[in-house]
Design a binder for this molecule. Sequence first.
Ligand code: KIV
Ligand code: NA
Length: 268
Amino acid sequence: MKATSDWKRMKMEGERITMVTAYDYPSAKQSEAAGLDTLLVGDSLGMTVLGYDSTVQVTMDDMIHHAKAVRRGAPDTYVVVDMPFGSYHGNDDDSVGNVLKLYQQTGANAVKLEGVECVDVIRRSVAAGVPIVAHLGLTPQSVGVTGFRMQAGTQEAAMQLIEDTKAVEAAGACMVVLEAIPSDLAGKITRTLSIPTIGIGAGADVDGQVLVYHDLLQYGTDRLPKFVKPYADFNTAGVEGLRAYAEAVKAARFPDEDTTYKRKVFEE
Ligand code: KIV
Ligand code: NA
């Protein structure tokens, strides 16, 4: 299993970091079998597995519930877990308390927070011993304000984002996720920081990539964002399998001889 200290080393050695989201036992198990460097229990689970239209409704209890299942499915993979909306923007004592709770109760290896506003929470959490991943650029918990669109598209906003990434690095974050920003800006940030950048919709000039499991395998999703390339089609495979099953039952082809217990318990 990777350790937090491996991330800087991999960046220095130019080895790209692979990350995918996982939300439950089977997705974690598959991702570990596929050899991913790290898994993210993203609060995107609100949309991918709970059917909400944003991540805003996701609670601490939801994150703990799903992260524990991921931990069981991938005992030997570095797991990062998202702090949900509303759990780290009150006073800093409560916020740090929630970070410690999520880390301790899930057995995750690191905790991820969105935005630069929580830079003090990052500093205090790291001081308390919790590895922290920062998330800047498009921060989905703020979609009510920003919308789902590319961020930092002007030079002024880009300069601000560079400063923000420096601030989370200085606060002790061990990596930073950059979402939906221009590729040249992501490259500049990547060359400026000593911690790795993990991109999603940030182009190729970063230290690693993360995608949402349900997007990259096309599982329950019908519209993919511009920055997703699908690598499998679980939608088609799943619907075909379910239809074949239903047809077999209707036609009395299932269960068959092989799938039936044949011991006689009554005399004829
Ligand atoms: O929740 C999530 O899936 C994420 C990734 C998009 C980085 O935060
Ligand atoms: Na997230």
